[in-house]
Each structure stands twice: as C-alpha cells, then as structure tokens.
Design a protein around this ligand. Structure first.
Ligand SMILES: Cc1cc2nc3c(=O)[nH]c(=O)nc-3n(C[C@H](O)[C@H](O)[C@H](O)COP(=O)(O)O)c2cc1C
Length: 170
C-alpha cells in the first residue's frame, strides 16, 4: 500500500469485530512504531499490550466508559520512560516522540487491514494502578487496535490554505 493511501484511508475506528489480532501482525504494526524518530534518539516510548478481556474492561472504565475500549481485542497503552526533558524550543520531548511512534502504528495498522483509535480521555492514575506502571513512567495515550466492523466517513480537515503561510505569520 502506498503511504498516501494509508494516510487517506485511516479513520478513528470505534467498532471492532470480536476477532483477535494475529501475533505476527501485531508485531509488524509495533515494529513501525519502533522505527519512529525521536528527540536525541531517546526512544522513550514503552508499550503495554493489553489483550485480556477483563483488563480491557477495566481500561474502558478508566477511559470514561468509552465502550469500544473493551470491544477492541487489543489496547496499546503508550507510556514514556522519561526524565521529562524539555527541548530548547520549550516543548516536552516525550509526548511528541510517543505521538510520532503511535502515528506510525496507526498507519501500519491500515496497511495490515486493522483499525485504531487514539484515546486521550482516560485517567492516567487509574491506568497506572491497573497495570502496575511505576511512578516515574508517564502514560501518554491509549490506542485501540483490531479489525473494524464499521468504517466511518472521513472527517473534514482544514484546507492547505487555512493551515500554511509562506515566509511569515500574517
Ligand atoms: C491525541 C488524540 C486523542 C484522542 N482521544 C480520543 C478519545 O478519547 N476518544 C475518541 O473516541 N476519539 C479520540 N480521538 C480521535 C479523534 O476524535 C479523531 O482523530 C478526530 O475526530 C478525527 O477523526 P479521524 O481520526 O477519523 O480522522 C483522539 C485523537 C487524538 C489524535
């Protein structure tokens, strides 16, 4: 699949078939995340792969009861083992690095016929307690993964004209 085709086809998937994701496929998807760039090549991302139904149910409760979190056969808990380094530009490095890695994962998932949905609406302390995540590790995002049932229409995006300016902010 061409990269641009995967970018165009990706949607947030909120309905999943009750079918497990094959382990080799899962590892290929995660490999795309492993190869992402990161500030100073720190690679602070750490992933917990949750497949057990009982734990997915608990994660669903920690994620504002978004039911598809329990429905998806895999929940990827994206963490950062980080000292919270702030780059010279003033931005924290780890959320950016983890987001790049996760985005690789979402696009590779499309190529593998899988769907994903980013989950930012969750209680990080509850997730940490459920999964025994140490205090010095940040939980950045959850990502559901599985075979979609319904593929929604694409959401609108701003046009290029609305998001770019040449040379200076006008
Ligand atoms: C950082 C981030 C957090 C998000 N959190 C949630 C969430 O908690 N629940 C949800 O249903 N969708 C969530 N989304 C999905 C967005 O709503 C979705 O990407 C956006 O509406 C565009 O739709 P599309 O992904 O289908 O193109 C999140 C997306 C991002 C990038």
């Amino acid at each position: 699949m061409e990269l641009m085709e995967a970018i165009r086809m990706r949607r947030s998937i909120r309905h999943y078939q009750p079918v497990p994701v094959e382990r080799e496929k899962l590892l290929r998807v995660l490999e795309a995340g492993r190869l992402a760039p990161s500030a100073r090549n720190e690679q602070e991302w750490r992933y917990i792969i949750v497949e057990e139904a009982c734990m997915r149910q608990k994660l669903m409760q920690a994620a504002s009861y978004q039911s598809f979190v329990a429905e998806a056969p895999v929940v990827i808990v994206a963490c950062a083992k980080t000292d919270g380094r702030i780059m010279q530009c003033g931005q924290l490095a780890y959320p950016i690095d983890v987001a790049i890695s996760l985005d690789h994962i979402t696009l590779k998932a499309v190529e593998e016929g899988l769907g994903t949905c980013w989950i930012g609406a969750f209680d990080a302390n509850q997730v940490k307690a459920l999964l025994n995540i140490p205090d010095d590790v940040q939980v950045v995002e959850l990502l559901t993964l599985g075979y979609p049932t319904k593929i929604p229409n694409s959401r609108t995006r701003l046009s290029l004209d609305e998001i770019i300016q040449f040379e200076k902010w006008k």
